[in-house]
Design a protein around this ligand. Structure first.
Ligand code: GLU
Length: 615
């Protein structure tokens, strides 16, 4: 049993006002750091989950209390938001290994207070250079492999990881600490262990069939054939050693040398159990795919919405263009919390239209001519917004828009949506005013299910984000060396050029609608940020059905029925959760006050913290 948690250091607002008197709040030098990390319980383990905390000196929010504490520790030790984000992400690799880790990829969005600009890193996984177009077709049947659990549990779905290169690039470009210093808290957690909660146990059980397919995975995550018990301490010493190697050698430890060889070997010849019934198709990865991997510096997407500047991730993610286009569509509409039915009608139909365009036009820009500028233009959005009837819903799926902006055609096209409930989002800020919004993933909860034996991390199945059946006109068709289209939408909103919000979420293609809905809740519907995050969610991604969390159906189906919406409960056959997304967010208030916000209940509740909390 963990001992009762130690309460975080709390100072009153007025005391803090004195402390910062005469200084620009963001630059106020905080008082000496407390010697013990906040919220720490037995053996230094952190179990207390605080969904909302406000204060000064920097903030972190993530889905996990150990990870948030790791980020806060780095902030206290003089690290900046980038250092804290990498430390938090590395800790998530230990405590949320089914959502993120060095075997996956992600997108890192950074507001640099010095240059007052938003910069991003595209750390998306890439397809091996010898991956054929028909990689997802089963030669035995001539048909695509069934998606879950067959295709996702495979070598062929593993992309070249981007996360190690992202961490290294972020720290080298913008950090104040070394990668080694930022990995230290995660090494400690992996070594001393963390306390298993119900979410971790359930996610393990949801993956039992897949994990049993690989002896190395089963040995770590199904000791004695069962998922670790709630309340037990879980250690991952192999991962601690992998991080130690990265601390010495940098990302090279993963992309060159023995670990790289082992990744390739496992992808090409998955070490599957002789008793598994899963086919586990082999992959095409070569050592040269790993040695040539690069995380990319990218220009962010930017649109303006209700006088705010919304920055997010450009392709290869579809997050920035799709959230951006939907906001541009909503910009043309008037709505408020006084009429929730109308507000939600506009939100849902704007999502559907933006998804139609995403599906038709967005892919890896290194391979596809993505009309990013047009998709983000108000003129194009206007040509889409006029399609939304005032009193009835659009019939979905709708056709993509005409890029010349002469739109308002109503022909239909089939939507294509990757479903996924994995991934994780974190946000961090620091005393200098820098902000990070970072989403990272190994795709499916549990990734490919394949652990690199002796190295303690799972390999992704990110390539299943490609369209399975190849078509020349599909911007997301499989190509060797290409990045599959993502939905990850790490977002930073500026007001008058200064950070106002940082938001992001996991959830496959529902990431886009979750970020959009959270922004609309906060900006248009008068909710506070904690309310905007906690509010029940619905998602329309240009399919025929609107999926919604059961509490959303209870609250809003009567308001939406007059518009013709029928709401289908969210959730799928492969996971136990009916939740849409899991947001981590920050709001920057006056005089340097920051509010860190995590989920109060989804995924078992997240964890928000600030360096100097106020009541
Ligand atoms: N692979 C998905 C994407 O990049 C994220 C997976 C998830 O959130 O479940 O969009």
């Amino acid at each position: 049993m963990p001992r009762p948690a130690v309460r975080p250091l709390v100072v009153s607002l007025s005391a803090l006002a004195l402390l910062v008197a005469g200084l620009s709040p963001a630059e106020a030098k905080p008082a000496p750091a407390p010697s013990a990390p906040p919220q720490a319980g037995s053996g230094g383990r952190v179990t207390e989950k605080i969904p909302v905390q406000s204060g000064y000196g920097g903030a972190v929010a993530s889905v996990d209390p150990e990870a948030t504490a790791a980020g806060l520790k780095v902030l206290r030790n003089g690290g900046n938001a980038v250092d804290a984000a990498v430390a938090t992400a590395a800790a998530l690799g230990v405590t949320e290994p089914y959502s993120a880790g060095v075997g996956g990829g992600g997108y890192f969005v950074y507001y640099n207070a010095k240059t007052r600009s938003v910069q991003t890193i595209d750390g998306r996984e890439t397809a091996p250079k010898s991956m054929p177009h028909d990689a997802f077709i089963d030669p035995a049947t001539g048909q695509p492999y069934p998606f879950t659990p067959q295709l996702v549990t495979s070598g062929v779905s593993v992309g070249v990881p981007g996360t190690p290169a992202t961490w290294e690039r972020a720290v080298n470009r913008w950090g104040r600490k070394s990668l080694a210093q930022n990995l230290k808290p995660a090494i400690d957690i992996a070594t001393r262990g963390f306390v298993v909660d119900a979410t971790f146990r359930q996610q393990t059980l949801d993956n039992k069939l897949r994990f049993e397919a690989f002896p190395a995975t089963a040995a770590l995550y199904l000791p004695n054939g069962d998922a670790p018990a709630v309340g037990s301490v879980f250690r991952n010493r192999d991962l601690a050693r992998t991080y130690q190697l990265m601390a010495k050698q940098g990302a090279k430890a993963i992309y060159h040398g023995p670990i790289a060889k082992e990744i390739v070997d496992n992808v090409r010849n998955p070490r599957k159990s002789p008793t598994t019934t899963l086919p586990v198709p082999k992959g095409y990865m070569k050592l040269s795919d790993l040695t040539s991997y690069r995380a990319l510096n990218q220009k962010p997407t930017r649109i303006s919405y209700r006088g705010l500047d919304v920055y997010s991730m450009a392709p290869s993610s579809s997050g920035g263009t799709t959230v951006g286009e939907a906001l541009n569509i909503l910009e043309t509409k008037k709505f408020s919390s006084a009429d929730p039915g109308r507000a939600l009608h506009y939100y849902l139909d704007a999502s559907a239209l933006a998804f139609a365009d995403r599906n038709a036009y967005v892919g890896d820009p290194a391979f596809v001519d993505v009309p990013t500028k047009t998709l983000l233009s108000q003129r194009f959005a206007n040509s889409r917004a006029c399609l939304i009837p005032d009193s009835t819903r659009l019939v979905t799926p709708v056709a993509p828009g005409d890029l010349n902006g002469t739109g308002c055609s109503t022909a239909k096209t089939a939507g294509h949506n990757e479903q996924g409930m994995s991934t994780t989002h974190l946000v961090a800020s620091d005393r200098w005013g820098n902000v990070v919004s970072y989403t990272l993933t190994i795709e499916q909860t549990g990734g490919s299910g394949m652990l690199v034996p002796g190295r303690g991390f799972l390999l992704n199945n990110e390539l299943t984000d490609f369209t399975a059946v190849w078509a020349a006109a599909d911007p997301n068709r499989i190509e060797p060396g290409k990045r599959p289209r993502s939905s990850m939408s790490p977002t930073i909103v500026l007001r008058n050029g200064k950070p106002y919000l940082a938001v992001g979420s996991p959830g496959g293609s529902t990431i886009i609608t979750t970020v959009l809905q959270t922004l609309v809740n906060r900006i248009d519907l008068g909710m506070t940020l904690p309310q905007a995050v906690a509010a029940p969610r619905a998602s329309l991604r240009n399919t025929a059905t609107v999926t919604a969390e059961p509490p959303f159906i209870d609250a809003y189906s009567s308001a939406l029925t007059p518009y013709g919406y029928t709401l289908t409960p969210s959730g799928d056959a492969f996971t136990s959760a009916a939740e849409i997304g899991a947001v981590a967010a920050l709001e920057f208030k006056r005089h340097g006050l920051v509010q860190a916000v995590a989920e109060p209940t989804r995924r078992g509740g997240g964890s928000a913290g600030v360096v100097y909390p106020v009541r």
